[in-house]
Design a protein around this ligand. Structure first.
Ligand SMILES: Nc1nc2c(c(=O)[nH]1)N[C@H]1C(S)=C(S)[C@@H](COP(=O)(O)O)O[C@H]1N2
Ligand SMILES: [Mo]
Length: 313
């Protein structure tokens, strides 16, 4: 197993390979049965067992042909602050989260509010595989094959009312298994304008690399919005609420001068503490220029016609 180690990642932020190997040895030695070991296995950066695959996935024309990030990096170098703020903490801690049974409430300004069991939600529309490039607000990016369907399919099923202008995502928060430090205002929340949420690139996501999401990547359901910085892509969602007013978001509340509501990838707008003009693709050594809208300008730029994106960052 190869852990990529680009020069810009401090070694302290990478789970040492020895730690993975020790855990695997532990599991092997103790001969944990599948059921007993499932929670543990979910937290490990290894390919899942057959029961965790998602079956046939339609290939999506929205996919990039760029080389994919290694599974090991995509499932271990992670931000999921409820499980700790270091990049390897979610991998160590997220196995504590029970992702079944799980329900997602869709509520607010809709004609048909409904609580979905996660397995019904998974079957609401055909799953497709989309290989998206994603960019974190920090200077790194990855290319990940996600599995899901457009969030629009779910939103249409609940019939948004005319007054609905925004979509708020509320994520799971359980102080018994997550941090109680007030790093952010828990639960982590995010939001999109309704037209962004209905855009076909916005993916309601259940899997990656053909398998169910590992816990640290936002199991059992998250969103992926590839033209925005990573923090917009809320993980482990429990409520989706349609609203008239722009919802507060966790990062905007904690540092409004650093994180705006839109957070479209924009090489011309620097984060107050660093430039966002270039990025390092995990697995590559040389930095590359960051593209407007993360390379998805052709599909999404028209959503922002007439807006000053330096002001509305
Ligand atoms: N609930 C929750 N969702 C979250 C976060 C978080 O801390 N909590 N971090 C965000 C950030 S900053 C990033 S970069 C992505 C990282 O996850 P991924 O590598 O699986 O896309 O998740 C986003 N979603
Ligand atoms: Mo991020």
């Amino acid at each position: 197993m190869l852990i990529r180690r680009p020069a810009d990642i401090p070694p302290s932020e990478i789970t040492p390979r020895a730690l993975f190997d020790t855990r695997r040895d532990f599991l092997r030695r103790t001969g944990l049965g599948l059921a007993a070991g499932a929670a543990l296995w979910h937290g490990l950066p290894r390919r899942a067992d057959a029961a965790d695959t998602l079956g046939a996935l339609a290939a999506s024309p929205f996919s990039t042909a760029e080389p994919q990030t290694e599974w090991d990096a995509a499932t271990s170098y992670i931000n999921f602050y409820e499980f700790g703020t270091s990049k390897d903490a979610p991998l160590r801690n997220a196995h504590r989260m029970q992702v079944r049974p799980w329900t997602v409430r869709v509520e607010g300004l809709v004609n048909k509010p409904r609580e979905f069991d996660i397995d019904d939600l998974l079957r609401l529309a055909p799953l497709e595989e989309r290989i998206y490039r994603l960019r974190c607000v920090e200077a790194w990016s990855m290319v990940i094959p996600w599995a899901g369907y457009p969030l629009a399919a779910l939103l249409r099923a609940v019939e948004p009312q005319g007054s609905a202008k925004y979509v708020e995502f509320v994520t799971h928060y359980d102080p018994a298994i997550m941090t109680t430090r007030p790093v952010l205002d828990w639960p982590y929340t995010e939001g999109l304008r309704l037209d962004e949420a209905l855009h076909p690139l916005t993916l309601l996501t259940f899997g990656m690399y053909g398998e169910r999401l590992p816990n640290q990547n936002g199991a059992p359901v998250r969103v992926v919005i590839p033209w925005k910085y990573g923090f917009k892509s809320a993980k482990s969602i429990v409520t989706i609420r349609l609203t008239e007013q722009q919802p507060a978001t966790a990062w905007n509340k904690s540092a409004p001068q650093e994180y705006g509501f839109y957070s479209n990838v924009n090489p011309e707008v620097s984060h107050p503490r660093w430039s966002q003009a270039t990025e390092r693709r995990i697995g590559e050594l040389r930095r590359r220029p960051t593209l407007p809208f993360n390379g998805y300008a052709e599909q999404v730029a028209q959503l922002y016609t007439g807006m000053d994106l330096k002001k509305h960052y």
